[in-house]
Design a protein around this ligand. Structure first.
Ligand SMILES: NC(=O)c1ccc[n+]([C@@H]2O[C@H](COP(=O)([O-])OP(=O)(O)OC[C@H]3O[C@@H](n4cnc5c(N)ncnc54)[C@H](O)[C@@H]3O)[C@@H](O)[C@H]2O)c1
Length: 271
C-alpha cells in the first residue's frame, strides 16, 4: 500500500510497452498512491496487447492509442481522458524515445536526416505536441505536473547514444521553454528526470549497453537507479510536495553526474 500521495489525482501515462518500461513501473506506483489513470502508447505498440494487463491492475484504466507525432491522436487522447475523468488532468508522464538511426545501425557521422527528423519528432518535439494539445484544450489543472524522461548524454558525450543525445538536449530545452509559459498561465510545472541506464526495450537498443550499464554502476556512489526507483521519483514530482519545482533537469542517477572517478573504476584501470 502506498501513502495516498496522489489521492484524487488523475494522470495520463505515455510509454508503457512491457513490464520493464519505466512508464509501466510508474503507472503501478501512481495507482498504488491513489491516482486514477489513462494509459496510452503508439497503436503499433498496443498491438502487442501487454498493456491490457497493466490496465487491469490499475483499476481497469482506459487504454487510448496515440502516436505522439499525430496532433489528431493527441487531441482525441485528451478529449477521451477528460471525458473519462470528468474533468482536467493533474499529471502527465512522457516516457517516450525512439531513434531511427540507432535502430537502423547508422553511425552518428553518417546519419540519415529524414530519419533524424522523425527521431527528433518522436523523442523530443512530441513533448511540445503533448503540451500544446493540453494548452489549447486547457486540459491540465492549475498546479498540475508534467514529467519527461531524459539521459545525461544531453550534457556529455556518450558516443553510442548517437542522435538520441541531440534529441534529449532538445527535449530538455522544450521542458524549460514550455515550462515558462505553462507556469505563468496555469502554474503547471514541467521537469525532466535524467535517469541511470536501465534495462528496458529502449535502453537495450544502445550499442554496448551491458558494458555501459556496469560502468555506470561502478561510477555511481549509490549505484544505478532502477526503474522502480525512477517511478518513485516521478510520484514525488506528481505530488503536491514538489509544487515549486519546475523547468528543471533532475538527475536520478545515484550520483553519476557529479562523480569524476570512483575507487572501483581506479581499481579496474590498475588491473
Ligand atoms: N532505459 C534507459 O536506460 C533510459 C535511461 C534514461 C532515460 N530513458 C528514457 O526513458 C523513457 C522510457 O524508455 P524506457 O527505457 O522505459 O523504454 P521502453 O522501450 O519501455 O519505452 C519507450 C516507449 O516509447 C514508445 N514510443 C515510441 N514511439 C512512439 C510514438 N511514435 N508514439 C507514442 N509512443 C511511442 C514505445 O512504444 C515505448 O512504450 C525514454 O524517453 C528513454 O529515452 C531511458
Amino acid at each position: 500500500m502506498g501513502n495516498n500521495l496522489l489521492k484524487g489525482k488523475k494522470g495520463i501515462i505515455f510509454g508503457a510497452l512491457d513490464e520493464k518500461s519505466i512508464a509501466w513501473r510508474t503507472a503501478l506506483k501512481a495507482y498504488d498512491e491513489g491516482a486514477q489513470l489513462v494509459l496510452t502508447n503508439a497503436p503499433v505498440a498496443l498491438r502487442m496487447g501487454e498493456i491490457n494487463k497493466l490496465a487491469e491492475t490499475c483499476g481497469n484504466a482506459p487504454v487510448i492509442p496515440a502516436d505522439v507525432t499525430s496532433m489528431d491522436d493527441l487531441k482525441n487522447l485528451f478529449t477521451k481522458a477528460m471525458e473519462h475523468f470528468g474533468g482536467k488532468v493533474d499529471f502527465v508522464l512522457h516516457s517516450i524515445g525512439m531513434s531511427l538511426n540507432v535502430r537502423k545501425g547508422k553511425h552518428y557521422t553518417e546519419m540519415d536526416y529524414l530519419w533524424n527528423q522523425k527521431t527528433l519528432d518522436i523523442s523530443a518535439m512530441s513533448l511540445h505536441r503533448v503540451l500544446r494539445t493540453a494548452w489549447d484544450m486547457d486540459a491540465i489543472s492549475d498546479w498540475g505536473s508534467v514529467v519527461a524522461l531524459t539521459y545525461i548524454a544531453a550534457q556529455r558525450v556518450f558516443p553510442d547514444y548517437n542522435e538520441m543525445a541531440d534529441a534529449k538536449a532538445l527535449l530538455e530545452s522544450v521542458t524549460r521553454s514550455f515550462g515558462y509559459h505553462y507556469g505563468v498561465r496555469n502554474k503547471v510545472r514541467i521537469n525532466t528526470i535524467s535517469q541511470s541506464p536501465t534495462k528496458t526495450t529502449a535502453g537495450s537498443g544502445v550499442k554496448g549497453f551491458d558494458g555501459f550499464i556496469s560502468y555506470a554502476e561502478k561510477m555511481s556512489p549509490l549505484g544505478n537507479a532502477s526503474a522502480d526507483d525512477c517511478a518513485n521519483y516521478c510520484i514525488t514530482l506528481f505530488s503536491d510536495l514538489t509544487k515549486f519545482v519546475t523547468m528543471q533537469n533532475l538527475f536520478h542517477d545515484g550520483g553519476f553526474s557529479f562523480t569524476g572517478v570512483t575507487q572501483a573504476v581506479i581499481e579496474q584501470m590498475e588491473k
